[in-house]
Design a protein around this ligand. Structure first.
Ligand SMILES: Cc1cc2nc3c(=O)[nH]c(=O)nc-3n(C[C@H](O)[C@H](O)[C@H](O)COP(=O)(O)OP(=O)(O)OC[C@H]3O[C@@H](n4cnc5c(N)ncnc54)[C@H](O)[C@@H]3O)c2cc1C
Length: 350
């Protein structure tokens, strides 16, 4: 076995959670890291357009994909360093994120429990520094192992190198440069669990977990997520379509004075605040708004869904309409969270 499989004119419909139709000229599923080095030596792969694809849960295909798509399917997980207080766990890029969360809980390692049930792969987790229920993955990342297409070398980037931010990282800012092959996590054996987040204490109480363990926190969050978000297996979607806008403190306070009820959250530093994109969309009366088969979810205003035959172009057109309506109403510009492939997002401005 060569360690990879090539597919020409490959359908991507089953490889994105929006389930929009698209095709790739060439798709390579890579099963071994050695095979990756071999593939990267081909001139078409080395110099042509290349797109990394994980589980396709944060991507919108608007057009056919030129060049090569690489899908890394290496899926080893192991403990590299085992101390009394913490362990370093290495997971390869193709491991499903939720499998890793449960693996760490099974090994009595803490930190990832609030990130349960986020779709996608380990290799994509650092890209937008996945986060949920008050936790971001970046705080537990020790090293990202990546191939640098600029220098043609394998690198080890530590947490500071990765420049993690809110739904952001070095890798997101340089999408054509990095191929993440594995991630190493520093996970404590003891830590205060993060349970002071919307709905979590109530769910734990309903479960009878008075002094909750990490596995129970994960269970509570999984239950909340299943109720709140449309399941992409049933209804195509990519989770939150827009980031929560980050505003200067004064602007956020002025907006909150003008629009009582607007949820405002802390941001990376004290001079900034995040405001709820879901609330802004909802106030524009857009929850459930439908444009053909592309729609704003009835369940959650931040999620755009595919009711069946929407194309990536329909989804993008809907997203642009939502952003425009929010801008007209509140003067706040929404930015998409997923990667848009084959078109460029048009920022709304005055
Ligand atoms: C129902 C639902 C709920 C969600 N909830 C959350 C949430 O709570 N928090 C959150 O942060 N996200 C959430 N997401 C978004 C998504 O799950 C994450 O962004 C996830 O990390 C994407 O993983 P993926 O493997 O599907 O990546 P893909 O969608 O395949 O790719 C995403 C980006 O990563 C790049 N990429 C993928 N693999 C690699 C690699 N090995 N090397 C370099 N680049 C790579 C791609 O080129 C692309 O730019 C949700 C999505 C859905 C559908």
């Amino acid at each position: 076995m060569s360690g990879y499989r090539l597919l020409e004119n490959a359908s991507l419909e089953g490889r994105n959670t929006f389930r929009v139709a698209a095709r790739a000229s060439l798709l390579a599923d890579v099963y071994h890291t050695d095979a990756l080095s071999e593939l990267l030596a081909y001139p078409a792969v080395q110099h042509g357009p290349l797109l990394l694809l994980g589980a396709g849960s944060n991507i919108v295909f608007v057009d056919e994909v030129p060049g090569v798509i690489l899908s890394l399917a290496m899926h080893d997980i192991r403990i590299l360093v085992d101390h009394d207080h913490h362990a370093i766990v290495r997971a390869e890029a193709g491991v499903l994120w939720n499998d890793l969360v449960h693996w760490t809980l099974g090994h009595r390692l803490l930190g990832l429990e609030n990130l349960v049930l986020i779709p996608g792969t380990v290799g994509a987790a650092p890209i937008q520094n996945i986060g949920a229920y008050g936790v971001e993955v970046g705080e537990f990342i020790e090293v990202v192992e990546a191939f640098d297409r600029q220098t043609l070398r394998a690198c080890r980037l530590n947490r500071a190198d990765c420049a993690f931010g809110y739904r952001d990282s070095l890798f997101k800012r340089e999408p054509d440069r990095w191929i993440i092959t594995a991630v190493e996590f520093h996970l404590p054996r003891q830590r205060e669990l993060m349970i002071d987040y919307a709905g979590v204490p109530e769910e734990l109480a309903a479960m009878g977990a008075d002094v909750p363990r990490a596995a129970q926190v994960a269970e509570a969050i999984a239950r909340l997520r299943s109720r709140k978000l449309p399941n992409p297996v049933v209804l195509g979607n990519a989770g939150s379509f827009f980031k929560n806008p980050v505003l200067a403190l004064n602007d956020a306070e002025a907006l909150a004075d003008q629009w009582p009820g607007l949820p405002v959250f802390g941001a990376s530093d004290d001079t900034l605040r995040k405001v709820s994109a879901a609330w802004l969309i909802e106030q524009c009366g857009l929850r459930g708004y439908r444009c053909g088969d592309a729609a704003v979810s009835e369940q959650h205003a931040l999620v755009l869904v595919n009711h069946g035959c929407a194309s990536g172009r329909h989804v993008l057109a809907l997203a642009q309409q939502v952003a425009l309506r929010v801008f007209e109403h509140f003067g706040v510009a929404l930015e998409p969270e997923p990667r848009i492939v084959g078109a460029t997002w048009q920022p709304v401005t005055a």
